[in-house]
Design a protein around this ligand. Structure first.
Ligand code: KIV
Length: 257
């Protein structure tokens, strides 16, 4: 494995080689460093930080200042992996706002930004790319719209939704996105999009035929034991391990409750 920093072009090239792309979230220095040492090429300071670290009920509460704080922490790990960040809810309403907030995340240490939506945010995506900032798309279930949508619903079942996803993916790819996250998209539609566009699709709860997979690391390692999405099978249960370690230590101390 070369020690060169991973670039958006390197992620794109993985698709042409048929190499599966592993992607995970990292919100701080130790996690970014551990995932980098494990050779994960693509990292995201996701706005899921709001739910699994900051205790919000959904991602709509996350602010730019909170994202910058976590991007700075993760970026201090100086990873070989390509580390990017989510533009939080309402931070990319206009093209000018999208560029200004993307520049803030880049200044904090991100190497790319991600935003949720298809052709409805195309002017913002084009402006971000025109400012020289690598962009990752996010289609399917859009967590920043969970309140309007009334839940985390699977996308692509209806023909109109299927066609919209395909057209949005083509539009983002044509605009120059280097990858597109597909969240909770029906596996056949995710597979069709993957075959239809030249840029990698990174699935989450969208079946195994995407070019890569992304998970919230806390879900993968059981660090948020109160909720685990159906499509994640944690192979360690860090939350339970922490509780056991603390209980053992208390027993050794002779400490009561
Ligand atoms: O916020 C996030 O962590 C994400 C991914 C899991 C795709 O958007």
């Amino acid at each position: 494995m070369s020690s060169d920093k991973i670039t958006p072009a390197a992620i794109l090239a993985m698709k042409s080689r048929g190499e599966k792309i592993a992607a995970l979230t990292a919100y701080d220095f130790p996690m970014a460093r551990m995932l980098d040492e494990a050779g994960v090429p693509l990292l995201l300071v996701g706005d899921s930080v709001g739910m699994v670290v900051l205790g919000y009920p959904d991602t709509t509460h996350v602010t730019m200042a909170e994202m910058e704080h976590h991007v700075r922490a993760a970026a201090r790990a100086n990873t070989r992996a390509l580390l990017g960040a989510d533009l939080p809810y309402h931070s990319y309403e206009t093209a000018a706002e999208a560029v200004a907030n993307s520049q803030r995340l880049i200044a904090a240490g991100a190497s790319y930004v991600k935003a949720e939506g298809g052709r409805e945010i195309l002017p913002q995506v084009q402006a971000i790319l025109a400012a020289g900032i690598p962009f990752c798309g996010h289609l399917g279930m859009l967590p920043q719209h969970v309140l309007e949508e009334g839940g985390y619903k699977i996308k692509g079942r209806q023909e109109a939704e299927h066609q919209k996803l395909l057209d949005d993916a083509r539009a983002l790819a044509t605009a120059g996105a280097f990858a597109i996250v597909l969240e909770l998209v029906t596996p056949p539609v995710a597979q069709e999009i993957t075959q239809a566009i030249p840029v990698p699709t990174i699935g989450i709860g969208s079946g195994s035929d995407c070019d890569g997979q992304i998970l919230v690391t806390h879900d993968l390692v059981g660090m948020f034991p109160w909720f685990t999405p159906k499509f994640v099978k944690p192979s360690v249960h860090c939350g339970a391990e922490i509780k056991t370690a603390v209980l053992n230590w208390k027993t050794l101390l002779g400490a009561k409750s």
